[in-house]
Write a new protein. Structure first.
Length: 291
């Protein structure tokens, strides 16, 4: 089961979130049969978005994170809530790119230059929105910059996905570590020293480290304490009933036009790649409901 540790360290001067998201990343891969570079891109975004969702305070708060670029993947989008539910997809799921010179998947090349756009719906009159330029398209670096620019919180974001030889997700996870107001120079220096020698997320997972082990490595000497463990899961929540509600919104005349011209309607969910078909008799029932 995917999960995240909610952690404090250095007597509250640091907070951290350490997550294993293999099952969620694999669910996203299966939904769209993504190629390795897209699997890595979506998996990283799911992890980062799930962690950011856990930072939300209320049950009904929702977060949407989208990357839009001029690369062949074109864009990614993910949404999450405060309970660990996350879902996401890539605009172009079947992109194939050469590996980078270091042998890594070229996620940045797939996304290209563009913007990261974040929406937080916290039940206020207007949602909080932020749009900033991408600096790499590699996801983690861009999320790090978002925290610094838009939320003014010094943060380190590290995300990783390793695709296995059968194209499934072998490892997926990451962390977000943030300095709290008033963090002292010696605590900052210690954290920086730990990060200088830190291995990649997937290499650490390959050595058998889960979120607990990665936490102890990142926060070595800083007395980390696990405050809470929260589940993470890929969850879409779409259904035929919800698709029917969406059809109702277009109104009786539009439904009649679809019935007359197409004979049926199809509602597609981009997140889980499900289709909900409404045949002519079902459309007629909908029209009668709208009378």
């Amino acid at each position: 089961m995917d999960y995240s540790l909610l952690v404090s360290a250095a007597g509250g001067q640091i907070r951290g979130f350490f997550a294993d998201t293999k099952e969620s990343a694999e669910a996203a891969r299966k939904n769209h049969n993504t190629t390795p570079v897209v699997t890595a891109a979506v998996g990283r975004l799911l992890t980062g978005t799930a962690i950011m969702g856990l930072m939300l305070k209320n049950d009904k708060d929702l977060l949407t994170v989208s990357f839009k670029g001029d690369g062949p993947i074109k864009g990614l989008i993910a949404t999450a809530d405060s309970k660990g539910n996350v879902k996401g997809y890539a605009y172009e799921p079947h992109v194939v790119l050469p590996l980078k010179p270091n042998g890594k998947l070229d996620v940045g090349g797939g996304i290209g230059a563009g913007h990261i756009h974040i929406i937080k719906d916290m039940g206020l009159k207007e949602p909080f929105t932020s749009t900033i330029p991408l600096i790499s398209g590699e996801v983690a670096e861009d999320m790090t910059r978002y925290f610094a620019v838009s939320e003014q919180i010094p943060s380190v974001v590290s995300l990783g996905v390793l695709v296995d030889t059968d194209l499934s997700v072998k490892y997926s996870g990451g962390f977000v570590v943030q300095l709290m107001p008033g963090a002292t120079d010696d605590i900052i220096d210690k954290l920086e020293d730990n990060l200088k020698t830190l291995d990649s997320i997937t290499n650490m997972m390959g050595k058998g480290l889960g979120p607990e082990g990665i936490m102890n490595t990142v926060l070595k000497g800083l007395e980390p304490r696990i405050n809470e463990t929260k589940p993470i899961r890929f969850f879409c929540g779409c259904s035929k009933e919800k698709a029917k509600s969406a059809l109702r919104l277009i109104g009786r005349e539009e439904i009649k036009d679809i019935s007359d011209t197409e004979g049926k309607a199809n509602i597609h969910c981009h997140f889980c790649n499900s289709d909900y078909a409404f045949l002519k008799d079902e459309l007629l029932e909908l029209m009668q409901e709208e009378e």
